[in-house]
Design a protein around this ligand. Structure first.
Ligand code: FAD
Ligand code: PYC
Length: 416
């Protein structure tokens, strides 16, 4: 063990952040790339990583207006699960789940993926029918999913009020044992470091202000640091996707809403799984550090402010305290919001657009963190081959013309 004198200790404390190796470079933008990814959240970084790793396309820039993961990636409550109803969505989220299961090893970066199980509660007979139907569909798709009785729920979460006269009676739940949580910034940093090591340029503080479009084809972007050219551009900008689509001259069927979350003061370990209730607009988990992570429903109005309204969090905390009376005197430390891009069928858009060479990956709304590796993986394939990956194909914007919607409102973790 190294020993320090009082002076040595103070010197070490002051110096210990020196000479750390940068996890990724800070390059000057080149004039031209093969592919530009707009948005340095988890999905954009994952796309760049898989483009380089799986398709050998390394002349790639990730253009981020702020800092990496500063959008929804670092604002989300990190629930990862794949228990979606319809085959198309189940395939997409389960593809992602499988990538999560090897992600720390693949990136050589601990993303702290913790498969502690996720429970979706049912409070009414109709909730219960939906749970049974979804669990059956999951099992047909090979996804681990079971229906729990109130007694089984109580055994897994002894601190929850499962009594019959509770204000929100619990009739049962769906349970996915392989589901869980991960560390959000580590996901962004892990993908960034791995993409950078393969030659991808990560350009922070670089805002796309317009697209260079000629004869119906994209050939670059305008940014606050000058124009950058590329014949393939992928926009992965979550709540700002509608703004970017407008710059390119078309509209997407998206609404941007605030979605809020809170963390409490740290507590001793009391909750070792994730409990969600779409019905009462609240969900909760406990971090390894001890904080309770609590999430709300969306704020009903549209907005680009990364904050929400007080009545929404008040409603959520009221519901959480009803279900967990033990938390009634816990103090909240922080509250924040992100901008979620909700789609009419609560499913994402992974698609070519009316502009040749310009693709969008968006519409993940309240539930895209869990899809980060899977989304990046299939979107990279789509960009590399200029053809939708078979798992991405059902999520084209054409579905809003053909009517082939994939309605996942029932499986969305947050009612909207
Ligand atoms: P982002 O991380 O938002 O990245 C988009 C990036 O694009 C941003 O960094 C932004 O700065 C950048 N950008 C925008 N415009 C421009 C421009 N003009 N030029 C350059 N860059 C631009 N999902 C789950 O699966 N589980 C959860 O538990 C969960 N909880 C959530 C809780 C909250 C409070 C919120 C807000 C969301 C939650 N989500 C959850 C949803 C999830 O966070 C998102 O779907 C997901 O993180 C989206 O990732 P992204 O990389 O697409 O977007
Ligand atoms: O999609 O599982 C989810 C989710 C949980 C909290 C917010 N979204």
């Amino acid at each position: 063990m190294q020993r320090y004198s009082g002076f040595g200790l103070a010197k070490h404390a002051l110096n210990h952040h020196e000479n750390w190796e940068r996890q990724w470079r800070n390059p000057t933008p080149k004039k031209q790339y093969d592919v530009i990814i707009v948005g340095g959240g988890g999905h954009g970084l994952a796309t760049a990583y898989y483009l380089a790793k799986e398709h050998g396309i390394t002349n790639v820039a990730v253009v981020e207006k702020g800092w990496l993961g500063g959008g929804n990636t670092a604002r989300n409550t990190t629930i990862v699960r794949s228990n979606y109803l319809w085959d198309e969505a189940a395939a997409l989220y389960e593809h992602s789940m499988k990538l999560w299961e090897g992600l720390s090893q693949d990136l050589n970066y601990n993303v702290m993926f913790s498969q502690r199980g996720v429970m979706n509660l049912a409070h009414t007979l109709q909730d219960m029918r939906d749970v049974q139907r979804r669990v059956n569909a999951n099992r047909l798709n090979g996804i681990d999913s079971v229906v729990l009785t109130p007694e089984e729920i109580q055994e897994i979460v002894p601190i929850m009020d499962c009594s019959k006269n509770a204000r929100y009676p619990i009739l049962g739940a769906s349970w996915q044992p392989r589901a869980g949580v991960a560390r959000h910034d580590a996901v962004a940093w892990g993908f960034a470091r791995a993409a950078d090591a393969l030659g991808v340029d990560i350009l922070q503080n670089t805002e796309v202000t317009g697209f260079k479009i000629r004869d119906g084809r994209v050939y670059g972007v305008h940014t606050n640091r000058g124009d950058i050219e590329a014949r393939t551009v992928g926009c992965v900008a979550a709540g700002n996707s509608g703004v970017l689509a407008k710059m390119a001259g078309f509209r997407l069927p998206l609404e941007s809403h605030p979605l809020q979350a809170l963390v409490s003061e740290p507590l001793k370990p009391v909750l070792d799984t994730v409990v969600m209730s779409n019905h009462v607009h609240g969900y909760i988990s406990q971090t390894d550090k001890g904080d309770l992570v609590i999430g709300a429903g969306i704020d009903g109005y549209n907005g680009y402010g990364q904050r929400g309204s007080y009545p929404t969090v008040e409603h959520t905390l009221q519901a959480i305290v009803e279900m967990f009376p033990i938390f009634s005197r816990v103090r909240m430390n922080r509250q924040w919001g992100g901008i979620v891009d909700t789609c009419p069928d609560a499913c994402p858009i992974l698609s070519a657009t009316p502009v040749k060479g310009l693709f969008f990956n968006c519409g993940w709304g309240t539930g895209g963190f869990k899809a980060t590796p899977g989304s990046g993986h299939v979107f990279a394939w789509t960009l590399a081959k200029n053809q939708a990956h078979p798992i991405a194909a059902p999520f084209s914007i054409d579905r809003f013309h053909t009517g082939a919607l994939v309605d996942e409102h029932g499986a969305a973790g947050v009612a909207h």
